[in-house]
Design a protein. Sequence first.
Length: 319
Amino acid sequence: MTCAVPQVIRKKESSMEIDPEVKKNIFESNDTWSASGLLFASRKPLLHSMLVGCGYETRCSTNYDFNGLSRGAAEFVIFQYTVSGEGSLDYEGRTFKMRAGDAMLVHVPHDHRYYLAPDSRSWRLLYFTLSGREAVRLMREAEMLYGPIIRLETDSPLLKFVFSVITELKKNGMRSQFQASTIAYQFVMALHECFSYDSSHGTPQDKAFIRTVLGFCTKHLADDISVDDIARAAGYSRYHFSRIFHQLYGMPPSKFLAELRLKSAVRILQMECCTIKETAARCGFKDESYFCKVFRKVHGVSPDAFRQVPSRRTVTGDQ
């Protein structure tokens, strides 16, 4: 796992073959295809992971510009892979240039913006859009763990799965909400399998190091712990700990701790009846107003508003 930003993470090999026609349509032409607005008459049983759109296209106008805080209250997630050209992603104060092989993981509502910049001639892209409580949870977990930018080769298992889905949908269409839900689960699992640290990366010692850090942070989440405290628990100086952690986990330990606090706050807001003040304290935010400020910056709404929306807002509602 590399520690540069955007993160570039090594993937597993796969024996799957890419359909030559799919490869030609996506990589060697400017053809456009999409399956969007995948809705179904029946909404029972309740399904919590849904593919609601996918396709590929080329954008050549600076009118292609989406702000993650200006797309309504419905919560959904986007995987967008750059085939060729160049796009831009502004993400929590940082700007990334999206070039061939880069894929972004973003959720809505959130403080991000992706667009075709004036100095870019075109952006050819491939995308999957997912909704549903469980799909959103797992994709946001991926976004937090692997970063908003991941690197994928065309022969990666994840892209091969995407190609197979597009091939199937172009030939036969989407048969039912159950197929849409199955595809969503398979996609998210393929993503985590490609990039999960425990699945393929590091020595047993590296994994033990990560488990120690995770265990300490989880146990002391409500306490006023610092990177120095975590380093001491892991048996390293702050400098060496920060270097090793960044190399293994792909982000500074301070950023990891901050994201872990917010992730825990989301779980409490979704599943428990604590007050905002209690939630802040349990997640290590000693100042309720500061907790609300940080939460709103990341999620686009206040903690109270986040909690009040039934089923935590999905783009079309859980199917």
